[in-house]
Design a protein around this ligand. Structure first.
Ligand SMILES: [Zn+2]
Length: 79
């Protein structure tokens, strides 16, 4: 069964347009997380996370997949 990918409500603009991605080391499954809102382009980085077993993860070196998934226009606040 695939994990649920229902979007979350944005604390900044209130729209249900929040998506996220894990970026990490495929062997250790340690990396960081980015969370962003597709409506207002507000985002955060969460550093040093352990990527859950069933979560989709982008490898550190996989720039192509990262750019495909994460919009370029996001303005990040540091978490
Ligand atoms: Zn928003």
């Amino acid at each position: 069964m695939l994990p649920m990918r229902e979007k979350l409500v944005c604390p900044n603009c209130g729209e249900k347009e929040v998506d996220y991605a894990y970026i990490g080391n495929m062997d250790t499954r340690v990396g960081y997380m980015v969370v962003w809102c597709e409506n207002c382009n507000h985002g955060i980085h969460v550093s040093r996370v352990e990527v859950p077993e069933n979560a989709e993860m982008i490898a550190f070196e996989d720039d192509e997949k990262f750019q495909e998934k994460v919009p370029e226009v996001i303005q990040y606040d540091e978490a």
